[in-house]
Design a protein around this ligand. Structure first.
Ligand SMILES: [Zn+2]
Length: 257
């Protein structure tokens, strides 16, 4: 593979009632190949959809262990419960736990989430919004709470924004789709995975082993620069096409189907 593309793995919806039978297999694979992923941990899950197995009482011991291995623990909302149909800054899905809410409500949720983390010995600087939905207020609050890394958006490199927040793009789902250059986060939902998915995951790792990186390594070796006007324009168009135009077209097709 003579390309300079780099891949990060991000696992979403990590909580005490996640799909442990699949997760335990994934964890072994990550250890075997020495891969340090980003884990989106829900501080106080109340989302029925994420209640797949019986709750593990040693959950926070496990999270501390992942942290001790150098895996990135990210704050994945507070309770993972959607309270409105706002798609926020990125406009990806019409569900939100944060976007469109008042500063007070958003701040309370973020502080409660962080309190759960801190009382369990978990340190985080990384944000992963449930359903990719958050707004400028959320970003301001995250910054004030010391969370300076946002895992989201469609750039093809890490960059720093006007607020001083670092954006780590995430553009692939469940599997690596080979690229020539750039940084790609592969977002994985273990709750919907089977044993076959784990096997495909191992195949991807073997095929792209040298191009898989970790967030901590990436931040060490990357000089973070802001996006140029051209890059901003390209990502804006990409976002518009992927999540607004396509959505409108699908809606129109359904109307006439
Ligand atoms: Zn989620």
């Amino acid at each position: 593979m003579g390309t300079s593309a780099r891949y990060l793995f991000r696992f979403d919806d990590i909580c005490p009632t996640m799909n442990w039978s699949v997760w335990d297999q994934i964890e072994l694979v990550l250890l075997k190949y020495d891969i340090k992923p980003i884990l989106a941990v829900v501080p106080d899950n109340k989302d029925q959809q994420l209640m797949v197995s019986d709750a593990r009482i040693d959950f926070w011991d496990r999270v501390r262990q992942w942290q001790s291995w150098g895996w990135t623990i990210a704050l994945h909302g507070y309770q993972h419960v959607y309270v409105n149909q706002k798609s926020g800054l990125l406009g990806i899905t019409p569900n939100s736990e944060f976007a469109g809410l008042s500063r007070e409500i958003q701040e309370t949720k973020l502080r409660k989430g962080l309190t759960v983390f801190h009382s369990n010995g978990i340190h985080t600087e990384t944000w992963i919004a449930p359903s990719h939905s958050f707004d400028v207020l959320t970003l301001e609050l995250l910054k004030s709470l010391g969370i300076l890394i946002i895992s989201d958006g469609f750039s093809t490199r890490a960059y720093i924004d006007r607020m001083g927040l670092v954006w780590i793009p995430c553009q692939q789902w469940e599997r690596i789709r080979p690229q020539k250059a750039g940084l790609y986060t592969v977002v994985i939902h273990p709750n919907s995975w089977s044993g076959d998915s784990v096997e495909r995951f191992v195949q991807d790792i073997i095929a792209f082993r040298k191009q898989i990186t970790s967030l901590s390594h990436l931040l060490e070796v990357t000089q973070l620069l802001p996006l140029s006007t051209l890059e901003k324009f390209i990502y804006w168009i990409k976002n518009l096409w992927l999540f607004r135009v396509k959505g409108i077209l699908r809606y129109i097709i359904r109307l006439f189907a």
